[in-house]
Design a binder for this molecule. Structure first.
Ligand code: LM2
Ligand code: CA
Length: 517
């Protein structure tokens, strides 16, 4: 790199640091004065005690998402659901190179072809019906939005459209994409150096045609698409590849977004992988949207939960201070999860194959209350490319939680009990932290609730300070209180808040003030 181009990169970096702040002010101004909207996706049409827990139903079709909202998410107290990228996308017609064995890999959806909503997950009518049904159940809908790029392969879409790399009928042509040489400084036209600001923003991410998001006409097309979704009742977005769009363009796009049907600013969670320097770091994006994805948080969770017994370096005791205290962004700036569709495959996170450990980690996240917690439910896979269960044309078939092909973590009693716990304790602080230096931990949330988690292979009994008043409580991870009776395990808290509790192997015990029997 020449001296000239590297100093240009440095200048651009300084400009980008200054811009988000100016952009945030402009965003507030454009939406009128008055108190700022809450950053968290709080539900207006919510049931009692409902706060901010989201389910992420990755690649569930729209009719299955709708049934889950009515049958599980609403009743369990989930406030939101994240659904997959709904725009028309690449539909492969043949296998790629020699190692390629899956005709319709899950990642086809990350190559949008138009902003019509005919996708692997269903039709536009089904999408709209799903949003309506979920909202009626008290569950707001958040959409995975791909705004950085279009396709990198193929020529046919699920909606039957023809396209080529830089030509998308009536939407974009070559002038709307970053070009090698003109915009992108790498030799290949792709991102070769993930620490290089120009490359990260203006070169192609894994060969995907990179939109000129600095161009007004491109921003208008993107805003039109996102506003269509908002018009259908969508409450916010998970912005794919936000690091590759950059703060300035993201803020300009957000400035063009309408308020949601509830009258709020859309919740915008930005996908920014850690590891980048300066303006490319997740921390540098906290002023550009509502939140950033907890991609460093899921690594810390994995390291604490998975290291045992493979190697005994990490342990649950390391989670003391988890959150801002362990170097992560502020709690109200994070959309957190134990895994997402990328990290369940790339080794950064636990995944469903970790079984009870994965459930336990979800219980920890919901119990601890760092970030807006999201529970991930998707399909089983053997190879990293595997398609979700679908018909011969690639359209995703209905989710069947009783089949091994689907993994419905959201519906597990051990998890829904903790959704109720999370809603009950609200913002109460973590208190009464206790650990054995290893894999048994416990803490209260103020005096509103208490949880113990055991990641060991054997049960442990100890006496804990619960922070709750004396009484008998129903463990929410195994049961519920109905007509004054607990359907699960009960725990006796003595005067002074002390309780002797046996925490089963690879399990939690948790209860709130409301779970007294
Ligand atoms: C994301 N966040 O920034 C998504 O969370 C991630 O899942 C997406 O990658 C990526 N960014 C682009 O939206 C996935 C998948 C890639 C796949 C892309 C595009 O992890 O493997 O790339 O979607 O479908 C595939 C091929 C890759 C090929 C590319 C373009 O695996 O070998 O690159 O298509 O044809 C030559
Ligand atoms: Ca870009």
């Amino acid at each position: 790199m020449s001296v000239r181009s590297s100093s240009f990169a440095a200048l651009a970096a300084v400009a980008a640091i200054a811009l988000p702040m100016a952009g945030v002010v402009a965003l507030n101004d454009s939406l009128g004065s008055g108190p700022p909207d809450p950053v968290r996706p709080v539900t207006a049409a919510a049931g009692p005690g409902r706060t901010d827990v989201m389910a992420n139903l990755f690649e569930w079709n729209w009719t299955s998402v709708a049934s889950e909202c009515t049958g599980v998410l609403g009743p369990a107290g989930y406030a939101g659901v994240q659904v997959s990228q709904p725009a028309d996308s690449l539909k492969r017609t043949e296998l790629g190179n020699g190692s390629d064995t899956v005709l319709h890999p899950w990642w086809e959806i990350y190559q949008p072809v138009s902003y019509e909503l005919t996708s692997r997950m269903g039709t536009e009518a089904e999408f709209r019906a799903m949003v309506k049904t979920c909202r009626k159940a008290g569950v707001k809908v958040y959409v995975d939005a791909v705004v950085n790029h279009m396709t990198g392969q193929g020529s046919l879409s699920y909606g039957g459209r023809k396209y080529s790399h830089f030509e998308y009928d009536g939407l974009y042509d070559a002038a709307d994409f970053h070009q090698k040489g003109t915009d992108c400084p790498s030799a290949s036209g792709g991102i070769e150096d993930y620490n290089n600001l120009q490359q990260v923003r203006k070169c192609e991410l894994v060969g995907l045609a990179d939109l000129r998001t600095e161009k007004p006409e491109v921003r208008d097309q993107l805003a039109k698409y996102l506003n269509k979704l908002i018009g259908y009742g969508v409450s916010g977005f998970r912005v794919d590849a936000a690091k590759h769009v950059g703060q300035e363009d993201l803020i300009a796009l957000e400035n063009k977004l309408n308020r949601t049907v509830d009258g709020d600013r859309p919740y915008v969670a930005l996908e920014v992988f850690g590891g980048g320097p300066g303006v490319l770091s997740p921390q540098a994006f906290t002023g550009a949207g509502s939140a950033v994805l907890g991609l460093d948080a899921d690594i810390q969770i994995k390291n604490a939960f998975k290291s045992y017994p493979a190697d005994a370096t990490g342990s649950l005791a390391t989670l003391k201070g988890f959150g801002a205290g362990s170097g992560l962004v502020a709690s109200d700036k994070a959309l957190t999860f134990v895994q997402n569709h990328d990290t369940e495959r790339n080794g950064d996170a636990l995944n469903y194959k970790d079984g009870a450990t994965n459930i336990l980690a979800n219980q920890f996240l919901l119990g601890y209350g760092y970030g807006t917690p999201q529970v991930y439910s998707s399909f089983a896979w053997d190879t990293a490319d595997d398609s979700p269960p679908s018909d011969k044309d690639g359209f995703v078939t209905d989710t069947d939680c009783s089949s091994k092909a689907w993994v419905c973590v959201d519906a597990d009693q051990a998890v829904t009990g903790m959704v109720a716990f999370h809603n009950h304790v609200g913002g109460a602080p973590v208190r009464n932290w206790w650990d054995d230096g290893g894999n048994l931990i416990a803490f209260s949330r103020g005096s509103a609730g208490w949880i113990a988690l055991n990641n060991d292979k054997t049960a442990h009994t100890a006496t804990f300070s619960t922070g709750l008043s004396a009484g008998t409580y129903c463990d929410v991870t195994t049961g519920k209180v109905a007509k004054g009776k607990c359907s699960g395990t009960t725990v006796k808290v003595a005067a002074g808040g002390k309780a002797q509790v046996t925490v089963p192997a690879k399990a939690a015990v948790a209860f709130t003030k409301a779970d007294r029997v």
